[in-house]
Design a protein around this ligand. Structure first.
Ligand SMILES: Nc1nc2c(c(=O)[nH]1)N[C@H]1C(S)=C(S)[C@@H](COP(=O)(O)O)O[C@H]1N2
Ligand SMILES: [Mo]
Length: 337
């Protein structure tokens, strides 16, 4: 059991989890509005151990597809060695059974529920400040891009981390395709909104659909990656199929899943979590071990699939590639502003 070795902040979070469960139940009954930063509250304190038992019963549903994937022949894509990492890859049984995807529940065991999502046909809309608005079929989009594999670290604001072999293409290539107008400063992204698939979206106190935003400079940074696959095959639904973002220098909530729309705009988007709890989830959300989340420290992180707790790195270890984007901002501002 992990419990004995848990650092005190995890124990604090476990206590918070009970509060979350309690509040959720109460809210469910009353239908009133829940204004707490849910993402942060649900770390259940069950570590990888609990995941292993769960993994065996989910493995049947993961990967059984309800459609013919027209991109299968593109996998596995060639690994881009510029994005390897010294940490071991997190086992797929662990990373695919411990997911944040609030559309399917405010806990980590959503993998089975996520199989209800129909990821084909799937249309990506590109609109706002672009030369011409577009609707792209996901398979055509994927086929038009150069797929590659990258090993990325992933650091959740809840202070756990993993290392994933993502497959996808550079966000910069999508921006190029979109032909943004010169006044566009940000890109706002949205997840699907369909409570027929996602029971979480019947919880009306959340500001659905899930929404995130990045600056144009961030989107066109080499590290910004649009993910179509993981572990050498098309991404399992719980990872955010058929298209999700990976911004490894930011807290995980920025990496929006199952995207249906990219809107180019001159106004800074207000994300799903920022709408819920602006004091806890800022726009920039860059990983910063020196600035606490209002309710816990970010100095260390629990490595999923191990019993290790390691120091968190500034920009999650990606400072060399991205620190220049934030040189105007102070230490706290790289998280909030
Ligand atoms: N649409 C959507 N995207 C989302 C989330 C979500 O609840 N809904 N959770 C975010 C959070 S908090 C994290 S840590 C990552 C989790 O990604 P993973 O399950 O692949 O590890 O997805 C992010 N993207
Ligand atoms: Mo997260």
């Amino acid at each position: 059991m992990l419990i004995r070795n848990l650092p005190s902040w995890v124990l604090r979070e476990s206590a918070a989890t009970d509060e979350q469960v309690y509040l959720n139940r109460r809210n469910f009954m009353r239908g009133s509005s829940l204004l707490i930063g849910g993402a942060a509250l649900t770390l259940s304190g069950q570590g990888a151990d609990a995941g292993a038992a769960f993994a065996s019963d989910i493995s049947q549903s993961v990967g059984t597809s309800d459609f013919k994937d027209l991109t299968l022949d593109l996998y596995p894509a060639k690994r881009n060695e510029a994005y390897t990492i010294k940490r071991p890859i997190t086992k797929e049984e662990i990373s695919s059974t411990y997911n944040n995807f609030y559309e399917f529940g405010s806990h980590k065991r959503i993998a089975k529920a996520a199989q209800r999502m129909e990821t084909r046909p799937w249309t990506i809309t590109i609109d706002g400040m672009v030369e011409e608005e577009m609707e792209l079929d996901i398979d055509e989009l994927i086929r038009s891009m150069a797929l590659e594999e990258r090993l990325y670290r992933h650091r959740c604001v809840e202070a756990w981390s993993m290392t994933i072999p993502w497959t996808g293409f550079a966000f910069a290539d999508l921006v190029k395709k979109a032909k943004p107008l010169s006044g566009a400063k940000y890109i706002q992204m949205e997840t699907f909104h369909k409570s027929m698939w996602a029971s979480g979206q019947r919880q009306t106190w959340y500001p659905w659909p899930y929404l995130e935003g990045v600056s144009m400079e961030e989107a066109t940074n080499d590290l910004a990656f649009l993910v179509t696959g993981a572990y050498g095959k098309p991404a399992a639904k719980q990872f955010g199929a058929p298209l999700r973002l990976a911004l490894p220098w930011k807290y995980g909530f920025k990496s929006i899943k199952s995207i249906v729309r990219f809107t180019f705009t001159d106004k800074r988007p207000v994300s799903f979590w920022e709408q819920l709890a602006p004091k806890e989830y800022g726009f920039w959300a860059n990983v910063n071990p020196e600035v606490r989340h209002p309710r816990w420290s970010q100095a260390t992180e629990r490595v999923l699939g191990t019993d290790e707790t390691i120091p968190t790195q500034f920009y999650n270890g990606y400072g060399e590639q991205v620190a220049h984007l934030y040189k105007e901002l102070g230490k706290t501002e790289i998280l909030f502003r």
